[in-house]
Design a protein around this ligand. Structure first.
Ligand code: AMP
Ligand code: MN
Ligand code: MN
Ligand code: MN
Length: 279
């Protein structure tokens, strides 16, 4: 298989739910041959400065990014803001709102777990001990650590996944607003892992149409989280709506072997790379 040499525009550090610190992430990326790396933690820019310093040291390009949580038709949708200005006051203020929504949702999820006779207060304390932004991954890890699920996947299957008893929908801002945040911070908006949402093909088309109409720039056509097999369908959507294409592993840590850093399939022919003119 051929790969997109050295470009990975979707990764997580321990500032959200990744397992490596931003510096460790950049070191691993450089060792894997990545030349252009975006750090895209969930709803936080906290890791960008450390990642940028490490990237400068190692001679690779760091794209400042963030994976923004958005609401669209009762679903959570992820929009990558790439090449954003990490000093943008408007974006920082918006992300403080996202953090507050996450804290509120985490308390409600733990309350739901308490109702199921699980120790919600202890689980909340374990999540709050983590210095980064709280995500369901942290709650899943606490459920495993405290012996209520065997593996992270089981915690999602039993409690935290969509439609499960401790799942709480966050009141994320609408897709249009989120796309605006990325653009107003000088960046481009890229719809993350388009194949991963639970949508019919018609629903996915409407999502991409709405994303493009809101000012979105790119689709993550090649996504580690997706599997390369979804790339042709995503490429067709990108072409249909005049969007550029991105590639990203959605790397969360070396323990998850299915989306290693920087080993991504090439963008299908005819797709305009979102990094063109910037690499
Ligand atoms: P949140 O943004 O708090 O809703 O958490 C979403 C994160 O949880 C995703 O970015 C994934 O890292 C993780 N996640 C979601 N579903 C699963 C699953 N079924 N198994 C493992 N991790 C998951
Ligand atoms: Mn995640
Ligand atoms: Mn995501
Ligand atoms: Mn991600």
């Amino acid at each position: 298989m051929s790969h997109t040499a050295g470009i990975d525009l979707h990764t997580h550090s321990s500032c959200s739910d990744g397992s490596l610190t931003p510096g460790e992430l950049v070191e691993r990326a450089a060792a894997a041959g990545v030349r252009v790396l975006a750090l895209t933690d969930h709803d936080t820019l906290a890791g960008v400065a450390e990642a940028r310093a490490a990237a400068e040291r190692l001679g690779i390009r760091l794209v400042p990014g963030v994976e923004l949580s958005a609401g669209w038709r009762h679903q959570s949708i992820h929009v990558l803001g790439l090449w954003i200005d990490p000093e943008s006051a408007a974006l920082k203020a918006a992300l403080e709102g996202q953090a507050e929504r996450r804290r509120t949702r985490m308390r409600r999820m733990c309350a739901a777990l308490s109702k199921m006779r699980l120790p919600g207060d202890e689980l909340l304390a374990a999540v709050e001990a983590h210095p980064g932004i709280p995500t369901r991954s942290h709650l899943a890890a606490a459920l495993v650590q405290q012996g209520h699920a065997r593996r992270i996947q089981d915690a999602f299957r039993k409690y935290l996944g969509r439609g499960r008893p401790a799942h709480v929908a966050a009141d994320w801002p609408a897709l249009e607003e989120i796309v605006g945040w990325a653009r107003e911070a000088g960046g481009v908006a890229c719809l993350a892992h388009p194949a991963r949402y639970l949508l019919s093909s018609g629903g996915r088309k409407r999502l991409v149409a709405d994303f493009a109409a809101a000012g979105g720039t790119a689709l993550e056509v090649v996504s580690g989280g997706n599997g390369a097999q979804n790339a042709p369908a995503c490429a067709a959507l990108a072409l249909a709506f005049g969007l550029r294409g991105s590639v990203g592993s959605d790397f969360h840590g070396p323990q998850l072997a299915w989306n290693p850093l920087g080993r991504l399939a090439k963008l299908p022919a005819g797709i305009d790379p979102v990094w063109r003119g910037r690499d």
